[in-house]
Structure formats: C-alpha cells, structure tokens
Design a protein. Structure first.
Length: 531
C-alpha cells in the first residue's frame, strides 16, 4: 500500500482532492465475476470484453503498475463445456464442472494475454492454504514473486473449487479478492460487476435508485442501501458480498472500487485519478442523510451522490481506512482460519485492550479452551461475562463487522458460559444450555450458529439455578490471536500464573498464552443493546 500525495482539486467536485497516484507504481487487484466474463444471453465467454480487459492490464502494466486478477467462472465455463444450461445442484457436480471449466478458463486467459506478450499464472486457493501465518506468508511470497522480475506475470486467482469443502471455502470470490488484495498489499481492488457501482436500490427496477460515489464508511453505506442481490444466473455474489469485501479490503488500506465490468478500460482512468480525499465534514452528513432518507435529498443531490464528478467513469469508491491495520494484524483478524477459541474473563480483556499491554494474554485470564490447534495458529478470543437478565438483547450480528472465517464452534462454546470462573464469581450449575431446545422457557438463547459468525457476536445462556435466576451469561467475540501454546497445552495452563507454566508443562516458551492479538473492539458492547 503505497502512500498517495494530495494535489489541489482540478476540475473535480469541490469536496474532493485528487492524488498523484499515477506517478507511482500501484498494485491493482481486479475481481471478475462470472457475469463479467460469460454472457448470460449467449452462454458464451464475452471475448470482446475479455480482450478489452487484456488491453487494460497491458496498459496498466506499461504505466508501471502490478496486476492480479481474481477470476470466477470455472463452474460457468464447465457448464459451457458440458452444455449444461441449469445451475448444478449437487456439490459433486459443481466441483466436477469447476475442474472442467477452470482448465478452459485459464487456457483462454493464457491465449488472450499471450497476444500482448504477458505471462499468466494460475493460483488456486482454499482458506486452508492461508490457515496460519507460515502458509499465509508462503502464498504472499508466491504472488509477489510471480509479479516481480524475472517472471513479471499476472497471477490469475480462483478458489480451488474442486477440492474445497464448505468449512474451508472462501465461499465467494468477492471475499477471496479482498483477501488477495490484503495478501499483496494492494492499493486498489476493483470489483467488476454488471452495474455501475453501489446503488441505494436496484437500478434496474427502482427509478429512485442512486449511485453512491465516495464511501468513507462501509457500515453507513450498508444502512443506506437496500441490498437486493443483483446476481446473474451464473454468479454467486451480489452487493452484499461486495460490501463485505470492501469492509475487509479497506481495513487493510486498499481503496475498493465497484465498477461495471463491461468497460474494463475505465479502471485506467480511476487509477490515474487516484484515491479521493473527502473531508469528514462534507461526506459524513451526506451519508447520514442517505441513511435517513434518500428521497429527502435535494434533486441535484439525487443525480449522483458524492464523488466522482459526472464526467468521470461511473463507479463507487470505498476509501481505505485512514489508519489501516498492519498486515500482520489484518491477517490475524480477517484472513487466517481460526482453529478454536480461548474463552477469557472480562478482566483479561480489559488488560489486553489497554494499548500499553501490547495485546499479551496471561494464562490466568483464560477460563476455557475450545477446539484443536497447534502453536501459531489463529484462534478466536471470546469474553465470557455475566450480565443482568433484564431485557431481550442482540441475538444477531453486530453491524459493521466483516463476516468472515465462520467456524462452527458455537455449540461447544456453550459450556464456558457456565464453568471455570477464575474471577471469584459463584459458578452456576453446569448446564449445556446451548444444546437445549431454543424454544425452552429456560433459555432465551439465540441460535448456536450465531456465535460462529465472524464478528462481535453475542450468545447467551440462561442459568436454571434459582439463586442465579436474575443473571445470564454472555459470550462476545472480541478478536483473534496467534496461539503461543497448543490447545492441549492451553487447557492445562488456563487459570494458572505464568510462573506455573514450566512446572505444569515441563517447559515454558512464553509467559503468555498469546502475545499476538488483534481486537475487533477495545470495549465490550452494551450487553442489552441490540445490533
Ligand atoms: N469459484 C467459482 C465462483 C465463485 C463466485 O464467487 O462467483 P461470482 O459470484 O461469479 O464471483 C467459480 O470459479 O465458478
């Protein structure tokens, strides 16, 4: 992520400034959905558009930029190859078609890029391939090596559909492209789709739908947009997954652009214009007014909301976060696959949330261990707290946090609501309330699957002890970490002082269970606030 330098605005919106991005080499990730490369009408590859994309990449490279393509369409190409008009229903069929189609897809790219003398390389990934730091770094090195001399190739990335199983899937290529953008420290992520950007409604059916220009905060954009999935019969994504991708990528400092894939050449103009800087005074209220009511906007504002000016190619740009996470923290939080969870008490969370603690977690604060992991694997950090059972509260996902890395650990997490108090509170009787029928009068728990969501997620269980009847327990995922000890070792040292690690395990490589923490939040949400 190279820095941009602001220049005075030239012929643009008064609220924006342009940067000199074109003066320096940028790393650009281009995501092409199935609908961008295969015609729904003819069910054939869009050769003219693919050729235009090749010319665009050639131009971008001649300007000194590096390019990575994340390309969907393996299954679509497989359907074309096998003359299958219906969407495949079974997993086996989809995986077989992906194997048949990926070959055709990469052959097509190889031959098109060959005409302009550019080498392409196929990179097929599953989440497992970036499950821990060593593998993550390995994928990063491979991609960077491919783009550098002497290879100077364009990596063409896709999910390894043929072998990936549900738990280890990225699920959609919008998410994969955001992870790829983080992997290569991209400056731009272009999400090419079949509309001109992010609209407040479906532009095909809603005459009042307006395109957002500059988006500073994905969460506020989400509130402003009625997310109708505008996918084609070939694609799997929609605006929802693009917003998640934008959230992930902008947190890594990547400017994320939704643009129409019918005109790939427009990407050259967007890169040349650079990332706009919008003052919070000017952009904030606009997004707020969008959130409250689009129809209340003045008519000229309805024309086009925010940057870019009317003569620019149509697109929506999500600004990179002003203080993006370091690559290491971003990967821990968003890219690595969590293999389990450390359940910690509130005091421990407060300590690791203090900036001067350096995010180091002592075993004394650990009240539970869930899952199986090796050292240096990513794990969830989940705070267990007791709350007064007064009003119904959040049972769903908090707004604004990315929904990645879900792993079905929720059921087994339930036991930690009810045991292993290290903070002196009275331990209620052990009941496995999350396994209870959710309609039970003793439980107001949301579905167990909610805990698995990759976000600040809450889960409650009710205690069936009359002495404790006014209290309930809540789990809140507050972040992720890299484990210093395996899950078995962590189980043995939980609740102990650091000085006891050595006598318990026979060795002590670190006094902390983790010293590489990345938090979603620095404070626990109000226990009774709904999302
Ligand atoms: N990996 C799959 C596509 C997955 C996907 O996200 O598709 P799309 O919504 O078209 O970007 C394939 O190559 O067919």
């Amino acid at each position: 992520m190279t820095g941009s330098h602001s220049l005075p605005a030239a012929g643009s919106s008064q609220q924006t400034q342009q940067s000199t991005s074109a003066l320096s080499s940028k790393t650009i990730v281009i995501k092409l959905g199935t609908s961008s490369i295969i015609s729904e009408e003819t069910q054939l590859p869009k050769i003219a558009i693919l050729s235009s994309l090749v010319e665009t990449c050639h131009k971008l490279r001649s300007l000194g930029h590096k390019v990575v393509i994340v390309c969907s369409g393996a299954i679509g190409m497989g359907r074309i190859r096998m003359h299958i008009t219906e969407k495949p229903k079974s997993l086996g069929e989809r995986q077989a078609l992906a194997a048949l189609g990926q070959l055709r897809l990469i052959a097509l790219w190889d031959s098109l890029f060959g005409t302009v003398g550019i080498d392409v390389a196929q990179v097929l990934l599953t989440r497992n391939d970036i499950a821990d730091r060593p593998r993550y770094n390995n994928a990063r090195t491979t991609l960077n090596t491919l783009m550098s001399p002497p290879f100077n190739a364009i990596p063409i990335v896709n999910e390894n559909d043929t072998v990936s199983v549900s738990e280890l899937r990225f699920g959609d290529n919008d998410t994969l492209s955001a992870i790829t953008a983080g992997l290569v420290d991209a400056d731009f992520l272009f999400l090419c789709t079949d509309v001109d950007g992010l609209y407040t409604g479906n532009p095909r059916s809603d005459p009042n739908a307006r395109r957002l220009g500059v988006v500073e905060d994905v969460a506020s954009a989400r509130k402003a947009v009625s997310v109708a999935t505008m996918g084609s019969s070939f694609g799997t994504g929609g605006m929802q997954t693009k917003l998640i991708a934008a959230e992930l990528a902008t947190a890594a400092g990547v400017a994320t652009v939704i643009i129409n894939g019918e005109h790939p050449e427009n990407m050259i103009k967007v890169v040349a214009k650079g990332v706009p800087s919008v003052s919070s005074e000017s952009a904030g209220p606009r997004m707020d007014s969008l959130a409250s009511s689009v129809s209340s906007l003045a008519s000229e504002e309805k024309e086009l909301i925010g940057y870019p000016p009317l003569d620019a190619p149509a697109h929506t740009i999500f600004l990179p976060k002003p203080n993006p996470l370091s690559s290491r923290k971003w990967s821990i939080l968003h890219a690595l696959h969590p293999a389990g969870a450390l359940i910690i008490d509130e005091g421990a969370f407060k300590r690791i949330a203090r900036t001067d603690s350096g995010g180091r977690l002592l075993p004394a604060g650990v009240v539970g261990v869930e899952g199986n992991w090796e050292r240096m694997q990513a794990i969830r950090l989940v705070v267990r707290r007791r709350i007064l059972k007064s009003v119904p509260h959040s049972s769903g996902l908090e707004q604004g946090a990315p929904l990645t890395n879900s792993v079905p650990i929720a059921r087994s997490l339930g036991q930690y609501l009810l045991r292993n108090d290290s903070d002196g509170t009275k331990t209620p009787p052990v009941i496995d309330s999350l396994r209870k029928d959710t309609t039970s009068s003793l439980s107001n728990s949301p579905s167990a699957a909610d805990v698995a969501a990759d976000t600040t997620t809450t889960q409650t269980a009710t205690v069936d002890d009359s002495a404790e009847e006014d209290w309930e327990w809540q789990l809140v995922e507050v972040g992720r970490a890299l484990a210093n000890y395996t899950s078995i070792e962590s189980e043995r040292i939980k609740g102990l002082k650091s000085s006891q690690i050595s006598s318990t395990l026979g060795y002590a490589d670190s006094e902390y269970v983790t010293d590489q923490v990345a938090l979603h939040t620095l404070s626990l949400p109000d226990p009774h606030t709904s999302s």
